[in-house]
Design a protein around this ligand. Structure first.
Ligand code: PLP
Length: 388
């Protein structure tokens, strides 16, 4: 048989999925691997999706998504982000934020173009850059290991003549950190100085804790709107992971390239889901505030349990439903810890190394489970770690 694509053959399935699959072998497992909320999509949104199906809205839409939905997205972003995008030319609806990242990278990259992003990073960026024939340049700041942060000097040092774009993900999966405004401004200055694009993935900005304000986007800075592609999604904000709706906002050139590609990839996002999304984004219904409250309570429970350990240290997240936990004191690396934890206690976590070499002393816990189960799972982790 002839050889399959070398690029795809070289891609390793992520450790997140490997641990998730391994966890399926146990029927009493507590699974903290995937960022997939257990909370139901709010009923009003579900009903809008059902109505669309029953009334026959089950066909294709425009490649960029229903104009009516793009208009709703435009109003939502103007109100929440203070950013104005033309629904006709500057917005595309995608099959989740993941497809938006993929369409963007495919539209922007030529062979060998370098894409910079700081570690810890969302694992699919690396894989997608490689699939799109780009070169991932992962920036590790040696001074940021304890805090899981990156300095602007480290980003600057990674820029070469081949750098095409920088990917930002704030609040960050997996660290749960919101990047400082100084850092964001620094990235914007570098983008302008070296003529780079920025993709900003802001899917977790709806889940910020401790009364923190919704973080401002890099796209709001002077001179940045035209070189930034802003990506968001309904998956986390409205507990709609399976509905597969995301969106990207950017210059007419980028959006038109992504739309051309969309015709050849998925044609469009699923139509009933687009109608459900319209319901979700209508501004007078604040569905997402309720989610944030639930996750804030869970985060506090998690911190309380981890703090009982003599060996584990929680990196308290400012946002998202992820927590990185430092396991250095156990003397184990993240992969051995995660596999042996699963085998001995039937609790599944993701080894930190998934998110960059800098995270090999960490595990990631997704607190997308009910509080009681969450506490039980963390008690098992603490007991195991403290016995080492
Ligand atoms: C940082 C980040 N971006 C994008 C996504 C993908 O989200 P969606 O379900 O909208 O494709 C995820 C999912 O976990 C994520 O963590």
């Amino acid at each position: 048989m002839k050889e399959l694509s070398r690029v795809i053959s070289a891609i390793e399935p992520s450790l997140t999925r490997q641990l998730f699959n391994e966890a399926k072998k146990y029927n009493d497992v507590i699974d903290f691997t995937l960022g997939d909320p257990d909370i139901q999509t709010p009923t009003g949104i579900k009903l809008a999706g059902c109505d669309a199906i029953i009334s026959g809205k089950t066909r294709y839409s425009q490649n960029a998504g229903l104009l009516e939905l793009r208009q709703v997205i435009s109003r939502y972003c103007e109100s929440k982000e203070n950013l104005k995008y033309d629904p006709q030319t500057e917005i595309i609806v995608s099959v989740g934020a993941m497809e938006a990242v993929f369409l963007a990278l495919s539209s922007m990259l030529n062979d060998g173009d370098e894409v910079i992003f700081p570690a810890p990073y969302y694992v699919n960026y690396k894989q997608m850059v490689e699939i799109c024939h780009g070169v991932p340049v992962i920036v590790t700041d040696p001074n940021g290991v304890e805090t899981l942060t990156c300095s602007i000097e480290a980003i600057r040092a990674a820029i070469t003549d081949n750098t095409k774009l920088i990917i930002l993900n704030t609040p960050s999966n997996p660290s749960g950190k919101i990047f400082s405004w100084d850092f964001i401004q620094g990235v914007a200055d570098l983008a302008k100085e070296f003529d780079l694009y920025v993709i900003t993935d802001e899917v977790y900005k709806c889940l910020v804790y401790d009364n923190a304000k919704r973080p401002k986007s890099i796209a709001t800075l002077p001179g940045m709107k035209e070189r930034t592609l802003y990506i968001n999604s309904l998956s986390k904000e409205f507990c709609m992971t399976g509905w597969r709706i995301g969106y990207a906002l950017g210059s007419p050139e980028i959006i038109s390239a992504m739309t051309k590609l969309q015709e050849n990839v998925a044609a469009c996002a699923p139509l009933p889901s687009q109608y459900a999304a319209m319901e979700a984004l209508r501004l007078d219904k604040d569905y997402s505030a309720k989610m944030a409250k639930i996750f804030a309570k869970r985060r506090n429970a998690l911190v309380e349990e981890i703090q009982k350990s003599t060996k584990l240290k929680a990196i308290i997240p400012d946002a998202t439903f992820y927590m990185m936990v430092n396991i250095k004191e156990t003397g184990m690396n993240s992969v051995n810890f995660a596999y042996s934890l699963l085998k001995q206690t039937h609790v599944a976590v993701v080894p930190g190394i998934t998110y960059g070499k800098v995270c090999n002393d960490y595990i990631r816990i997704a607190f997308t489970l009910d509080e009681e189960i969450l506490r039980e799972g963390v008690r098992r982790i603490v007991k195991y770690a403290d016995s080492l």
